[in-house]
Design a protein around this ligand. Sequence first.
Ligand code: AMP
Length: 430
Amino acid sequence: MAKRTYQTPRGTKDVLPDEQKHWDFVVDVVKEEAFNAGFRRIDTPIFEDSGLFVKSVGKNTDIVEKEMYTFKDKSGNSLTLRPEGTAPIIRAYLEGGMQSLPHPVNLFYIGSMFRYERPQAGRYRQFHQYGFETIGESNPVIDAQLIALSLRILRKLGLENLLLEINSLGCPSCRPKYRKLLVDYLSDYKKKLCTDCKQRLKTNPLRIFDCKQKSCQEIIASAPQLINYLCQSCHEHFRHVLEYLDDLELSYELNPRLARGLDYYTKTVWEIWPAKPLEGEELGSQAALGGGGRYDKLIELLGGRPTPALGFACGIERPIAMIKEEKIEIPEKRKTQVFIAQLGEKAQKICFKLLNELQDAGIAVVGSLEKKSIGSQFKEANRLKVPLTILVGQKEAFDGTVILKDMVSGSQEIIPQEKIVKVLLKRLES
Ligand code: AMP
């Protein structure tokens, strides 16, 4: 019988050791910037009550209609692997009593998300996001502040060639009027719309803006734009956001067709794109690095007191793809400091103990404890680019000494075994 081999499920990928430094880099920068900006970390479960997403993201969205991993557990509860982070954070904010904290409450998260999408370059079914939420502020300065933060993080990752797109989706006082106008306009072209958009016309016409079909795009191009129908308060809010962005000299492009795929957004929405598409990704495919917006009604919708809020989420895989494509050098944070080489049975025993003593002392040390030639052991030390190597041969094992080799200058010295930890700590300090 042929041996069965297994692969990662479609749309998922392993993060192999060589790529871990990219992940550490992104996560470290996110944590650093979160701390600097006064955001506290929150982690929520990977799955939630399915109703949470249906209610918040909206039942007529692509996420809820097509992309959720929903299953019944053995008690018959309908659960969903989280497709996005905001709804769970707001659930946790309400459940965890954070409404009584001084506001704004600034939270951030890092974790995996799941969407049953058609996999392609940069698009996975399990992917990762970091996200920031500011709860309890309606002032447009906070919109600009969060947009600036979302850009700053990407810039700190070395990504400079970015495009910020921004729009306003209005509020419950102006959006319904606009929606009617849009439906009237689109109804004239109903026959030319794709099957999905025909359906969207009935359920969620704003979603037609996200349609990738050329025929629908052409119709949308001349559609009335929400930005021209905002109520006074939304108009003022948006004007201020743009002024604040100007104050920071952040350039942006107004994109009146930017709808974002979720129902809970109100007022400001934005997306950050690579200035040119990433390798393997088509122009206009959903290849944004991140996006966000205001969701002033979501907390109320989920049972809390009316509380304005906003947030953004960025993928991790896509910024990493861009980091690689732009050949951005990642600072090597952790390096092996010492290599231990040995020859002979007695030396092997001594090195085994030494290795553990050094690790106890907090030194990053690896050693070859198996029977290997000195040549291949030094080859390994060179590959690891360690600054120092300890060698214990038969003579040293007998004398109670070790040879300490400086791998940069090539100089060697003999050190008593009992002093080596101290000597190394001093050397590494300098
Ligand atoms: P969204 O909430 O859909 O705007 O997603 C925010 C960011 O998450 C996107 O801009 C992407 O960087 C990332 N993202 C969303 N969906 C996927 C996916 N299926 N695969 C990889 N990254 C994704």
